[in-house]
Design a protein around this ligand. Sequence first.
Ligand code: 4AD
Ligand code: MG
Length: 433
Amino acid sequence: MSARGYAEVRSLSHHVGEEVTVAGWLESVRVHAKVSFCVVRDGTGVVQCVLPRNEVDEEAWETAVELTQESSLEVTGRVKEDARAPGGYELVVRDLRVLGPSHDYPVQPKEHGVDFLMDHRHLWLRSTSQRAVLKVRSEVTQAIHDYFHREGFTRIDTPILTGAIGESAGTLFSTDYFGETAYLAQTGQLYVEAACPAFRKVYCFGPTFRAEKSKTRRHLTEFWMVEPEVAFADSDDNMRLQEAFVSYLVERALDRCSEELKILERDTSRLESVRPPFPRMSYSDAVERLQGQGSEMEWGKDLGGADETTLAQEHDLPLFVHDYPKEAKAFYMKENPEDPRTVRCNDLLAPEGYGEIIGGSQREDDVQKLEARIREEGLPEEAYGWYLDLRRYGTFVHSGFGLGVERTVAWITGRPHVRELIPFPRLMNRLHP
Ligand code: 4AD
Ligand code: MG
């Protein structure tokens, strides 16, 4: 029961035979001579309300006949079990009252163009498919916290306004900060690295920002990333953590979001086989394979979206590609002692063409090598003094990774474009609503 005494639709099973009052929004109404049906969504579920003409009072009948889509309303009636009704219960109405009318609701139950839907994102959220994807997102983000909490990680909240470039200079949002330049965080990584000697296993989870000038279905300018960091873990340990973690997220979604995945018509058979170990391939082998298939890919370049899809399509499980060339990756990655042209890092590519869901690496723990990399990349050295301190005062082997929430949930729900996986997407050409 809510404060106002409204019953929640999801718990109508506890009230069979009783009279309850439900408050929600009108999804649809059907009027016949002797009976009307209206479908009400209260956010916890959807219930069919039946109005037998000779049992409800005339005013309630008239109100029902004139109901319009998305009006908010209050319905009082008796709860009846009915296997045919959505959710298994219906409400036999005694009284019905409009709380807030809704005229000419723009999002109709028909096909709309995507620009129209994105312009009406604030209303589109109410639709069945969008409720299902956001419910899965909510479950996955909860699962992220549960996993790291269970594994003994300490959560570290990292700053959004930062003075040092986290990833690369190419995709920065900057703002004036009392005469200095501040950047919106591209990552929380450098800060979780600092928290490692305090807590050993840490993670941050929050929004990150990249001024991506690409209009692909995998890029947002604001996206959510979870970034664990572990002391005394090398690149192999890091990949083992990733496969266990990703398998847990998939299992949680399958376990607790089966209704939503059904609504989204997700074929879950391949998701069901997601468990460790995931296949691994070195970057060099990946390049050879791509070249063998006629790709123009050259050793030294980062993999493009199409290359990633080609490689990942050969597998049912997510695929690790590891040990990329230094020049293709960020400055902080550990030089590979066996092949100094490469760094000890990995990307994790989702199957079925959903692209890179994780980027991870062992971190450079040698202060001189790290200084040299910062210089080579042309990064402002003075902003990294504190970061280098971590190598000056008790340096340690450590690794971590970042998992992008929207791409991961796109894969799990089978939605092709990341814009649906975040309530209010920010894209190169979209700041509203
Ligand atoms: O590979 P990235 O850039 O890695 C980092 O930011 C590291 N600092 C992480 C770490 O080691 N702590 O980004 C990690 C993931 C990608 O694999 C992808 O899933 C997601 O973040 N991502 C994006 N998602 C949506 N839109 C974008 N523009 C994204 N850029 C990265
Ligand atoms: Mg990456």
